[in-house]
Design a protein around this ligand. Sequence first.
Ligand code: GDP
Length: 140
Amino acid sequence: MPQKTFSIIKPDAVASGKAGKILALLEENGFRIVAARMVRLSQRQAEGFYAVHRERPFFGSLVKFMTEGPVIVMALEREDAVKKLREVMGATNPANAAEGTIRKLYAESIERNAIHGSDAPETAEQELKYFFNTQELEQL
Ligand code: GDP
């Protein structure tokens, strides 16, 4: 059964002109782009999205980074999408990311790491709803 997950091409990757290459890599890995939109996140949106991290020392810096420029928010679909996207993304810290992963190829640092992907099916559902309405998530 196909599954949906949520992803963001982060401001570093959009600004450095890697968005197209990242989209191509996702498609090559079997993901269908169900919905996509370029947005500039407000501080409130970024804080809400990363609320689970609000006690972490890097929270302020993360919110500043995520609001510094446009991002591309996406709904992606494939078999086992949540797990497969995490594999294609690579480890949070690009220094630990496997060869060929998006973060190994394009991330600048543990914070400026090119892409977000939901970490579990429940999170994917919440995050998809944070950015897309039901109609946008329906099969086209
Ligand atoms: P992810 O699921 O791999 O994106 O990682 P997390 O959920 O742990 O962290 C969310 C995001 O916060 C990461 O993608 C990074 O952009 C940022 N981040 C995580 N750990 C650190 C850290 O130790 N320092 C800084 N500055 N940013 C971090």
